[in-house]
Design a protein around this ligand. Structure first.
Ligand code: AMP
Ligand code: ZN
Length: 452
């Protein structure tokens, strides 16, 4: 039985989609900067859910948005527009910024072998749908106009605060007093914002020129591609109290019913036990890991080492142990490949399935995989591993020889230096190769090159 923890009901529940196809929505990136490894944890989480659904035989209709408009520096409609911040920083138009960072984001997902949804949709491509949504909310009396924009009236939505687990009265009591006295409640949020003339991206609307609030984009994109019944909605825990609360208010009010059934949230990746921050200079991207000699897959393995509902602490020593474990896993795998002994893997297959179906218990699924690989060598085990790999997503097809020619050239030079007894030069070249992430080892017949 497949079970997921639903943040809305705060329970692990049997997962049963409403229809034949699982409808799944994922909050995508705001494309104004390089995605860091914390962001990538959120998309590995999406990948994990998608692969587990497919492993269980489900088909998926999936959507992820790309936020290229309307996200202010605070999730609660305050601060500068994130695209404006980037435009100023890089002296480019917001469209150029969005294109540049969207491409980078897509590349990062490829590097991690992330299974992407069939629809990836930019907010700027659905402005008419967003305006329809806003207009309907106004017509139905859920939203009102002020001099700044169109606001959702949270008093009209009884369940407001349910997902974040906060009683709205408590929330109001603890609120920073909102300076906007045109708003009926400080927690009313903008679904359409009237644009000052100088605002970078703006569109015509029944209320003059403006741009969408951040939350409405997800409600409108979800409706456009998935309709009014969505089985799973994912995002990071930071989205729970504001962004997802607001999405629920908008969508459920418009449809007059609960739109999303299962809400799933991934906990944060921390670095060295704390938040990633500019001042600590510890915001890492995949490239930073690569520059230190790690493979992208090492980070994928690292993701599986903790349950998604727990904070995961990133350190280079933890990433190193992920790399070593993955190396070991691959080494064991090869030893099984093509070996003639018969082996009945069904007990392991069942254990593996139970682990992934128990709310994506990947640490257990990995342990089961390694335990199986320690059995007597058999190609049946290799075949079972390939099946598990539909979830794990590692590259077992890696060619023996994927050493870059530059490294081979350096290794040859080093060997020649050694043969000529120029040990200073050969040591220097060995270190250079090491810095580039490879190790040369001398053998009786000559030398070998391996990845560090
Ligand atoms: P953003 O591009 O800021 O909208 O974030 C993209 C996704 O990354 C969202 O689902 C966030 O919840 C998630 N996210 C941001 N920081 C972290 C982190 N440190 N760990 C895990 N997920 C994160
Ligand atoms: Zn969203």
């Amino acid at each position: 039985m497949l079970k997921f923890y639903n943040s809305l009901t705060r329970q692990k529940e049997e997962f049963v989609p409403k229809g034949d196809v699982v409808k799944m929505y994922t909050c995508g990136p705001t494309v104004y900067y390089f995605p860091h490894i914390g962001n990538m944890r959120a998309y590995l989480f999406m990948d994990n859910i998608r692969r587990v659904l497919k492993y269980n035989g489900f088909k998926i209709d999936g959507v992820m948005n790309i936020t290229d408009a309307g996200h202010l520096t605070s999730d609660a409609d305050e601060g500068e527009d994130k695209m404006l911040v980037a435009s100023k920083r890089e002296n480019k138009s917001p469209w150029e910024i969005a294109k540049y960072y969207t491409d980078i984001f897509m590349e990062e997902t490829k590097r991690l072998n992330i299974d992407l949804p069939n629809h990836v949709c930019e907010a700027t491509s659905v402005i008419p749908e967003i305006l329809d949504f806003v207009t309907s909310l106004v017509e139905k009396g859920y939203a009102y106009e002020t001099s700044k924009g169109i606001y959702f009236d949270i008093s009209k939505f009884e369940d407001y605060g349910k997902l974040g687990g906060m009683n709205i009265e408590d929330k109001l009591a603890g609120a920073r007093i909102d300076v906007d006295d045109e708003k009926k409640s400080p927690y009313d949020f903008a679904i359409w914002i009237k644009a000052p003339k100088e605002h970078i991206m703006q569109w015509e609307s029944p209320w003059g020129m403006g741009y969408p609030g951040w939350h409405i984009e997800c409600s409108a994109i979800g409706k456009k591609f998935l309709g009014n019944s969505i089985d799973i909605h994912t995002g990071g825990v930071d989205h729970k109290p504001i962004h997802h609360e607001n999405e629920i208010a908008q969508s459920d009010s418009l449809e007059g019913k609960k739109v999303v059934n299962t809400w799933m949230h991934v906990e944060f990746l921390q670095v060295d036990g704390g938040k990633m921050s500019k001042s600590l200079n510890n915001i890492y991207t995949l490239n930073d890991l690569k520059e230190r000699g790690f493979d992208f897959e090492d980070f994928r393995y690292f993701y599986f080492m903790a349950h998604y509902s727990k904070q995961q602490n990133f350190t280079f020593s933890a990433l190193t142990s992920a790399r070593n474990s993955l190396k070991n896993l691959k080494k064991l795998a090869i030893e099984h490949k093509g070996k003639g002994n018969k082996f009945d893997t069904s007990a392991y297959e069942e254990e593996f399935l139970n682990a992934i179906n128990d709310d994506l218990n990947m640490p257990v699924a990995l342990a089961v995989t390694l335990k199986m690989l320690k059995e007597n060598k058999s190609d049946d085990i290799y075949q079972a591993l390939l099946k598990f790999n539909e979830i794990l997503g590692f590259d077992f097809e890696e060619k023996e020889d994927d050493i870059p020619s530059e490294i081979k050239e350096l290794a040859k030079e080093r060997w020649e230096a050694k043969v000529n007894k120029d040990f200073a030069k050969s040591d220097e070249l060995r270190n250079k190769i090491l810095d580039l992430g490879y190790v040369v080892k001398d053998t009786r017949e000559g030398y070998t090159i391996e990845k560090k």
